[in-house]
Design a protein around this ligand. Structure first.
Ligand SMILES: [Zn+2]
Ligand SMILES: [Zn+2]
Length: 293
């Protein structure tokens, strides 16, 4: 499996001299299993350049997996060149919402109030799958979907091919007891211990899902910053690395960088993390970076 990072930034694109090294485009990953099929994870602004590359490569079969439909994960789609090419098949997968279909949500951002071309005018054949937790098979590649913890329904994906695996966990916050130390008995009719037990189980389940050769995980904040942004749906870097260490992940990639973070700050954070996690194989994602498992 080969992975290429086309977008590494979280929340909003951040072009400029201060973000050149790690990249300013929002979430987009390309995964190749060596077949004609192209797997893409998320359609942030990074998908624009990937689209130009795919047009050059004359890719005809594209499977686009959306982790969730927040702007920074879908915003690049209207600028995805293959969507304008007749004869190209694009299948879009994303989490099932209860009030709207994935197709409707993707259509909305191309409404004439926001964008001059509508989804109906695109020349490629575009189809949709609203996913719950599931397993899909593409030749000898399997893709698993598992729910994330985020303020909108989100999915983490695991790709398995010839005994190798990689996990992409887009926006994801560790599960926690939302009631904190307050007594839960009156609120939910369940004792605190039960809630804490459920939280622990869910985090364990996520850790098991993340066990892989390559884990690509949201790590927008440092642990120190996280205390102020609990509930925003993102992971502290240290928590991701601890989980990777305990869960037996071979290599971890920290991604979805905070938009306010400069290259110099990320360099400094990396240095600090290397002293804390000296025995762990991890990197901070950079736009254009390629990895193979
Ligand atoms: Zn995001
Ligand atoms: Zn999000």
């Amino acid at each position: 499996l080969k992975v290429r990072f086309w977008g590494t930034r979280g929340s909003i694109a951040t072009p400029g001299a201060e973000t050149n090294k790690y990249g300013g485009n929002t979430s987009c990953l390309e995964v190749s299993d060596g077949s004609e099929r192209v797997f893409i994870f998320d359609a942030g602004t990074g998908i624009r350049k990937l689209g130009l590359d795919l047009a050059r490569r004359k890719a005809k079969e594209i499977h686009l997996f959306i982790s969730h439909t927040h702007w920074d994960h879908i915003q690049g789609f209207p600028f995805f060149t293959p969507a304008y090419i007749p004869g190209v098949n694009i299948h879009i997968y994303g989490p099932k919402h209860y009030e709207k279909t994935l197709r409707h949500i993707m259509d909305l951002q191309m409404d004439y109030a926001y964008f001059p071309i509508s989804m109906q005018q695109l020349n490629a054949k575009i189809s949709y799958s609203d996913l719950q937790e599931t397993e899909l098979q593409f030749g000898d590649t399997k893709i698993l979907a598992k729910y994330a913890n985020h303020p909108v329904t989100g999915l983490c994906y695991k790709v398995i091919h010839q005994g190798k695996s990689l996990v992409y966990s887009g926006d994801m916050e560790p599960f926690y007891n939302v009631l904190g130390d307050a007594p839960a008995d009156d609120v939910l009719g369940a004792p605190d211990e039960d809630i804490n037990e459920i939280v622990k189980e869910r985090n364990q389940h996520h850790q098991e899902f993340c066990r892989s050769d390559l884990l690509i995980h949201d790590a927008q904040y440092t642990e120190k910053e996280y205390e102020k942004v609990r509930g925003w749906g993102h992971s502290p870097m240290e928590a991701v690395l601890r989980m990777a260490q305990e869960g037996g992940v071979k290599k971890t990639v920290l991604t979805h960088h905070d938009p306010d973070r400069t290259d110099a700050q990320l360099d400094q954070i990396e240095t600090n993390l290397r002293t804390q996690f000296s025995s762990l194989d991890f990197v901070i994602s950079q736009e254009g970076m390629e990895l193979e498992v």
